[in-house]
Ligand binder design. Structure first.
Ligand code: NIG
Ligand code: FE
Length: 413
């Protein structure tokens, strides 16, 4: 199947980044903006794009044509950090925070991750499948075509495997591209007195099944005081890496617990949060292939400081922005809104914010060459807006939904 999209007012491609396979040192010209453009897709992939008259060769090959009526078109968004599979809700904790309690105080009194663990364990499989599909549909409506989803509210070998298997089932029921991550190290497990015993069980019992059934692409850990220290989880994470899984880390969110430092050392795909990372940590990240991922939704939602992206950009890091969608610390579903938030509060330039929710997170998810840009050979995932261009898109803060969402050159919204 081949489709020619004509009469595009503004086509934002990011093709300079795709050409150079570069996620760092993003500059304005890397947006690759074309005016009065066209886009030609074949077999679900971008086959050619350009400005002005379409060649007779392409016109003849096109089985279908679409007039986009001067629209603004940009790559489908890539959300590289969500916790979208969970039972229950934590609305009352949100109100508790409004009334003076902190995220940590609520967690210490039995709320937080533990309360979602209980609700997730007691939810039926069908319930979890349907609510997660509902969240994915909400992301898609708001322009997210690729979404990473972490387990992490099971917190035992059996329950974490259950969530990973459910994610595989969910993946088969949506057109969005799902990247699966195991976050069994999200909190301590109530079944084990010593966290060492839980970590050993993850290594001996969970990891072999994750690999055998090809359940996830990444392994994640919450590196934080009161949760996990790098030295505790190193053997397990490196064993996972040796088995072919990538590492992502929740790093230096509430305190500097050396998460960012170890992310660089272990060659993690991504270090996320980073509010309390130091300049040395930023330099270490820049020397590694690890993407620095900002999660401003968490700062907005819980009132903790925003990460200052300039330190990471100055050091030379590739910087992504993700929603951290979860029931407790960031119940935020619009990555477009998060991109604008990151620009305002984490001090990203407009081009850095846009690359931060498209091309850069795709790199961190191992999807270089497939997602996050409009370039030859890339999956034809793109958004169509009745807007003038990216200035309007950023200023709108995700309030206007895309008029059309295309994934693999198929209209899904
Ligand atoms: O990324 N920091 C740990 N995990 C989540 C919070 C999850 C929750 O509160 O349920 C986060 O912010
Ligand atoms: Fe998170």
């Amino acid at each position: 199947m081949s489709i020619l999209f004509e009469n595009i007012g503004t086509l934002l491609t990011l093709h300079p980044l795709a050409k150079e396979k570069r996620g760092h040192s993003v500059k304005e010209s890397d947006l690759g903006i074309l005016k009065d453009a066209w886009l030609f897709c074949e077999q679900g992939k971008v086959s050619a794009f350009g400005t002005g008259a379409v060649s007779d060769f392409i016109k003849k090959r096109a089985q279908d044509k679409r007039d986009l009526e001067n629209a603004y078109v940009m790559p489908g968004l890539v959300d590289s950090h969500t916790h979208a599979i969970f039972g229950g809700n934590r609305y009352s904790e949100f109100v508790q925070r409004l009334n003076g309690s902190s995220y940590q105080e609520i967690a210490a009194s039995g709320g937080g991750i533990r309360s979602t663990m209980n609700a997730t364990r007691s939810a039926s499989d069908e319930d979890l499948i349907q609510t997660t599909l509902h969240h994915i549909a909400d992301f898609q409506k708001r322009g997210v075509c690729t979404v990473e989803i972490k387990t992490g509210y099971g917190l035992s070998v059996e329950q974490e495997l259950r969530l990973a298997r459910l994610l595989k089932n969910i993946e088969s029921q949506t057109r969005s591209h799902i990247v699966k991550t195991c976050l069994a190290l999200h909190d301590l497990s109530p079944e084990y007195k010593r966290s060492e015993d839980y970590i050993n069980a993850l290594r001996n019992e969970l990891l072999p099944v994750l690999i055998k059934e090809n359940l996830v692409s990444f392994i994640d850990a919450f590196i934080e005081k009161g949760y996990y220290a790098p030295q505790q989880v190193e053997t397990f994470l490196l064993a996972a890496k040796k088995s072919g899984l990538g590492i992502r880390l929740h790093a230096d969110e509430f305190s500097n617990a050396e998460g960012t430092k170890y992310a660089a050392l272990w060659g993690a795909a991504s270090a996320d949060h980073l509010q309390c990372a130091s300049q040395e940590d930023a330099k270490a990240l820049a020397r590694s292939q690890t993407v620095a991922t900002l999660l401003p939704g968490t700062s907005l939602y819980t009132g903790i400081p925003f990460t200052d992206a300039r330190m990471f950009l100055k050091a030379g890091c590739a910087v992504a922005v993700a929603s951290d969608f979860n029931p407790g610390s960031s119940y935020v579903k619009s990555l477009a809104q998060v991109a604008s938030l990151a620009a305002i509060h984490c001090h990203l330039k407009s081009w850095e914010a846009i690359a931060g929710v498209t091309y850069v997170p795709a790199i961190s998810l191992g999807l270089k060459g497939r997602k996050g840009a409009i370039h030859e050979g890339y999956d034809a995932d793109f958004l169509v807006y009745k807007m003038k261009g990216m200035e309007e898109w950023l200023a709108d803060m995700g309030q206007t939904l895309p008029d059309e969402v295309w994934i693999h050159a198929e209209k899904v919204q």
